[in-house]
Design a protein around this ligand. Structure first.
Ligand code: NAD
Ligand code: LMR
Length: 334
């Protein structure tokens, strides 16, 4: 029996993500929460003839804390795509003022109603919202770093797709590790390693540069194409679902590794080693081995295998992440 809750379920990401979860055989209960329109989305999904039960919750007023409590009660996995998306000309950090408060209040509700859940944060700016959730859960005395995931999977999905387009191959040929954070130059695709190495090496230096830039700023392509109506939703739902599915598979005993933006807390195997390699940052995206309890091991050794150019990119990412992380921690602890 697995209960999954989606907070922000009526939004651009929330709806297709909930649809994918509705057809996942490992999910027995799908709980939808949003400040608007959740009942309509819930009624719609509930007609799908899969075995999971769907319930939807919307607060009756700004003061109503019961609805979110009911939505989260006993959830095993909570996914948060709640908050505002970018418009052209905005950075992800420009969303901080609105989304930080939304994410913090949802983290408080998780602490009260689903303290043992795996928590997946999609809301931007991920580089800061994940530290906010960590600090909020810590303050409530229920923090377990192994269960907190910043969702950077869309960067991996893009990295696979974009190299396939550049090399004339298939995206399914690759599973590129993308590390660092989730905004602009904090996103570092490691094309020089593993399945992508051969095809990446065959590109010209200019093509390689363009490809890396495209992964780092892929979100802008969608924001511009949507021309003020939002950012990536369908590809994000796909990516968020991939991480959720991987976690559920790992819980049921399968060996799975995914990249995620995590707290490099020393309680996690390999995190202390990783932290030393990223100038003592508390949060960084790296490949992790998943297991029954969440993040079992950080695959930090990848940091020792990167190319000279990737080293430089990682240094730039580290410089920017420091401020993003501090901003989140300060907000949560003020
Ligand atoms: P959207 O506006 O379409 O949907 C957001 C939903 O959140 C809305 O339905 C809104 O009512 C709901 N919401 C607002 N406050 C809430 C609260 N307190 N509790 C519950 N629900 C609440 O936006 P979207 O396109 O779905 O994007 C959502 C977020 O995801 C944005 O911050 C966006 O930047 C981010 N995003 C992240 C990634 C990533 O890779 N991590 C990718 C794409 C988008
Ligand atoms: C993305 O990478 O598509 C998301 O983070 C949304 C955005 O603002 O670009």
């Amino acid at each position: 029996m697995v209960k999954v809750a989606v907070c922000g379920a009526a939004g651009g990401i929330g709806q297709p993500l909930s649809l994918l979860l509705k057809i996942n055989k490992n999910v027995s209960e799908l709980s939808l929460f949003d400040v608007v329109n959740a009942p309509g989305v819930g009624a719609d999904l509930s007609h799908i003839n899969t075995n999971s039960k769907t319930a939807a919750f919307v607060p009756s007023s700004k003061e109503d804390k019961e609805a979110v409590g009911k939505a989260l009660q006993g959830a095993d996995l909570v996914i948060i795509p709640a908050g505002v998306p970018r418009k052209p000309g905005m950075t992800r950090d420009d969303l901080f003022n609105i989304n930080a408060g939304i994410v913090k209040s949802l983290a408080e509700a998780i602490a009260d109603h689903a303290p043992k859940a795996f928590v997946l944060i999609i809301s931007n700016p991920v580089n800061s919202t994940v530290p906010i959730v960590a600090e909020t859960l810590k303050a409530k005395g229920v923090y377990e770093p192994k269960r907190l995931f910043g969702v950077t999977t869309l960067d991996i999905v893009r990295a696979n797709t974009f190299i396939a387009q550049a090399a004339g191959t298939s995206p399914s040929d690759y599973n590129v590790n993308v590390i660092g954070g989730h905004s602009g130059e904090t996103i570092v695709p490691l094309y020089s390693l593993g399945s992508s190495k051969k095809d990446f090496d065959a590109l010209s230096a200019e093509q390689q540069k363009e490809l890396i830039h495209r992964v780092q700023f892929g979100g802008d392509e969608v924001v511009q194409a949507k021309a003020g109506t939002g950012s990536a939703t369908l590809s994000m739902a796909y990516a968020g679902y991939r991480l959720a599915e991987s976690i559920l598979e790992a819980v049921s005993g399968k060996d799975v590794t995914e990249c995620t933006y995590l707290n490099l807390d020393s309680s996690i195997k390999g995190a202390a080693e990783a932290k030393k390699l990223v100038k003592d940052l508390d949060f960084f995206s790296l490949p992790v081995k998943l297991g029954k309890n969440g993040i079992e091991e950080v695959k930090y050794d990848i940091l020792n295998q990167v190319s000279d150019n990737e080293k430089k990119l990682i240094d730039v990412a580290i410089g920017q992440l420091q401020g993003n992380i501090e901003k989140g921690i300060q907000f949560a602890t003020k």
